[in-house]
Ligand binder design. Structure first.
Ligand code: SF4
Length: 278
């Protein structure tokens, strides 16, 4: 069986940057997981003594706090600043962009629609940048728009990991019902590149392995895209989850990995598949 890596996979610019920043600040803490990968978080703990604080009330004064890749809500940032913590901001610039757009457009009197998942940390952060709670609304599909108290002036942003085709559905629905719609395409290119490469490889593969955290939306998305082209697609966090049966009588095994999956985990998976294959 041949093993082939997608032409684009794994760590994106924002994650590489966040890890570089964290490694330069030994003995600090991240507020919330820095990235959606528990093995990488463990590596940072073991090698750089970078701790993890999950709740804002557990942050003590004067800690060095690294802000995670997907940002945090504005009010929580204000609390951390007030406590005289040293703030090391590792928020990805592609996430800072929708935060700033939401702040600006809500200040300019627009209703802001955020296409994304309310529960995702990135979106919890982005929505918090509106001037008032009733200036910004998070939706996952166009039906949800009907019940929102939107003004005629609407601005639209997207969660960075969403599919462009789904974003377009929201754009189209808004344009039909509102006089002015300002569309900001805040979907991240890294996501497109990994997705297109996974889809292309899945078309040819007999089995697809997507490596990524179970809480990582872009890994879950890669898995769902792979599954559309290759029924035997599996999402795993690391090599211990591989099952030898998946590779029986297969000719091509494709591999893709989410934007928060480190190279060392991908290599471990490739090694283990080779071992199973021999
Ligand atoms: S996927 Fe895009 S937005 Fe998210 S951290 Fe990576 S570069 Fe930034």
């Amino acid at each position: 069986m041949k093993i082939e890596l997608a032409s684009s996979y794994g760590f994106c610019y924002g994650v590489k940057r966040a890890i570089d920043i964290a490694e330069k600040h030994k003995n600090s803490f991240t507020y919330g997981p820095l990235i959606h990968n528990k093995d990488e978080i463990k590596r940072l703990k073991d090698g750089f003594n970078i701790g993890l604080i999950e709740k804002i009330e557990d942050v003590e004064n004067s800690n060095a706090i690294v802000i995670r890749t997907h940002g945090i809500p504005k009010n929580e940032l204000a609390v951390l600043k007030k406590q005289e913590n040293k703030i090391i901001d590792a928020t990805c610039p592609y996430v800072t962009t929708p935060q700033n757009i939401v702040a600006r457009m809500s200040k300019e009197g627009y209703s802001v629609v955020i296409f994304g998942d309310k529960k995702h940390p990135e979106i919890k952060g982005v929505v918090s940048y509106a001037e008032h709670e009733n200036h910004a609304f998070v939706v996952l599909d166009k039906e949800e728009l009907d019940v929102l108290p939107l003004k005629n002036k609407v601005a639209l942003v997207s969660q960075t990991t969403k599919k462009p085709a789904d974003f377009l559905q929201i754009v189209n629905a808004l344009i039909l019902t509102h006089k002015e719609v300002r569309v900001f395409n805040t979907i991240c290119n890294a996501t497109f590149e990994n997705q297109d490469a996974a889809s292309e490889l899945a078309k040819r593969a007999d089995v697809m392995i997507v490596i990524g955290g179970r809480h990582s939306s872009n890994s879950k998305m890669l898995h769902s895209i792979s599954e559309q082209e290759c029924k035997e697609s599996y999402l795993i966090e690391n090599e211990t989850e591989l099952d030898a049966n998946w590779f029986k009588d297969k000719e091509l095994c494709g591999i893709s990995a989410g934007a928060s999956t480190p190279d060392w985990i991908i290599q471990n998976v490739v090694n283990k598949i080779q071992e199973i294959n021999n």
